[in-house]
Design a protein around this ligand. Sequence first.
Ligand SMILES: NC(=O)c1ccc[n+]([C@@H]2O[C@H](COP(=O)([O-])OP(=O)(O)OC[C@H]3O[C@@H](n4cnc5c(N)ncnc54)[C@H](OP(=O)(O)O)[C@@H]3O)[C@@H](O)[C@H]2O)c1
Length: 340
Amino acid sequence: MSRRLSWGILSTGRIAGVFARGLAGSRTGRLVAVGSRTLASAQAFAAEHGGRAHSDYEALIADPEVEAVYLATPHPLHERWALKAIAAGKHVLCEKPLTLDFVSARRVVEAARARNVLLMEGFMYRCHPQTARVMELIRAGAIGRVGLVQAAFGFNMPFDAGRRFWSNTLGGGGILDVGGYPVSWARLVAGAVDGLPFLDPVKIEGAGVLHPQTGVDAYAAALLTFSNGVIAQVSCGVGLAQDNVVRIYGSEGWLLVPSPYVINRDLSPTRILLHRGAAKPEELIVTPDRLLYAYEADAFADALAAGLRDAPAMACADTLGNMAVLDTWLRQAGVVYKDS
Ligand SMILES: NC(=O)c1ccc[n+]([C@@H]2O[C@H](COP(=O)([O-])OP(=O)(O)OC[C@H]3O[C@@H](n4cnc5c(N)ncnc54)[C@H](OP(=O)(O)O)[C@@H]3O)[C@@H](O)[C@H]2O)c1
């Protein structure tokens, strides 16, 4: 690529640093600026990763050199800052979940369409070749007709009412933080069965256990039923450790994806296990040539370079379908977010 996409990173938390390291190894991008609520944080981040330091988010968005904004604040701030960046004509890669609910997500999607900028929700695993390989296997019939998906993403974070994982005002709880991953995997697989980019479930039966102090879901599970005969058991949590794998069962065998989400934070190969009959599973190795978040930055830039305003790896309609499921699951679990 002759010209690199100029990125600005909005906020300096944990994932912002991980993304910056990925961006540095991307094929297509370069970091030109970072914005933080405090100048000291922006300067420390810039010293480590490069770029100009801005002492607030407005200044980052106004920076004329910034073409694309990577937005990595806690969830309740995504809508406000995505809308501001879009209004300034910037392309936006926004961390998951795009917003707190379907209606606000649709507002952001409509704003991006009206301003003719690219908007993508940061489900990074969608941009990785391992995910593409799993979809190829399903489409090629490697395990026959798919009937069941089991996908979990959960961990046990010690309770701290002030941290974003547990705080009600910071959009805490498992469903919004990590529940979107298993749901999006299930929708991706159900779509692949019919040669579609994704499919939305026709029925959602969810449950959750809430933290007594902040009322966010400590852990939750749901059963998703799709019109094409696929059913999915999904689970998540910030207060319950889980196996964090995806299993896809078909009429002729099953696939185990041991590392389906945070696939490679270094350049080690990853593997998919293909079980057919009683024999030992076949190990299918995928060797990455970039870090996970480099793939994400490149998928975003490639979509832009192709003149697209929707990234094939994670289209806005896909985001809205996912948000609709999360809305229902949150309601069934009894989670209520107070105004943040
Ligand atoms: N795709 C992935 O792999 C992945 C992984 C982890 C998290 N995420 C998503 O990324 C987002 C951030 O997660 P994180 O783990 O990086 O969070 P974090 O470490 O807490 O960082 C969040 C940053 O947001 C800024 N911020 C603005 N208002 C804030 C407030 N009221 N309270 C706390 N921080 C505030 C702060 O940066 P400044 O002080 O610089 O303004 C802070 O460092 C979440 O939406 C999460 O779902 C995605």
